[in-house]
Design a protein around this ligand. Sequence first.
Ligand code: ATP
Length: 186
Amino acid sequence: MAIHASGLGVRFGDRWLFRGLDLAVEAGECLAVTGDNGSGKSTLLHCLYGVQDLTEGVVTVAGRRPDERDREFRRAVSVVLDDSALFEEYTPEQHLQLLGLADTTALPDIPAVEMSAGQRRRLLLTGALRREHSVLLLDEPERALDATARAWLADVIAEAKASAAVVIASHNGPLVERVADRVVEL
Ligand SMILES: Nc1ncnc2c1ncn2[C@@H]1O[C@H](COP(=O)(O)OP(=O)(O)OP(=O)(O)O)[C@@H](O)[C@H]1O
């Protein structure tokens, strides 16, 4: 099982965001996490990437305890959690070169700092989707994308699912409908 979690719980102060959550996702599957603003979707993805401590429960991702400082873990797990993971002075081509990939994005040849929110999002998603991975974690991947880019996104997630276990947090009904095999509502 690529992602296995049992009895997950996160509490901030005296409020449990979620508790007693069990998850199992294998390669070839996409789990969508849905729920209102503030229900804990991003927090759950952060737990799966090891950047948020659990209050309760046990989780393994790609056979390991999530820890973003662990090279082997990072090698297996591709993520887009927010838009901060860009080098502001680097162009799309330079970003993709860092991953050993050719630039096929058709994004403008300008530094990230000058790009629009949707262009930044597409660059991050392209890097995460095209680098090798066995687990893919995407937090609101549709954020800032126009209709054309949302259609592209649904296609590339459906493709990625063939060889990876995928978890997306999303507010986008059509995307969830298209790519998700199962939905967990927080
Ligand atoms: N480190 C923290 N300390 C205290 N509260 C936190 C912390 N991180 C998140 N929260 C709270 O937990 C709740 C859930 O946040 P989270 O970002 O996981 O929700 P979400 O479902 O992703 O929301 P959205 O749909 O708006 O993106 C929010 O009320 C947030 O303020």
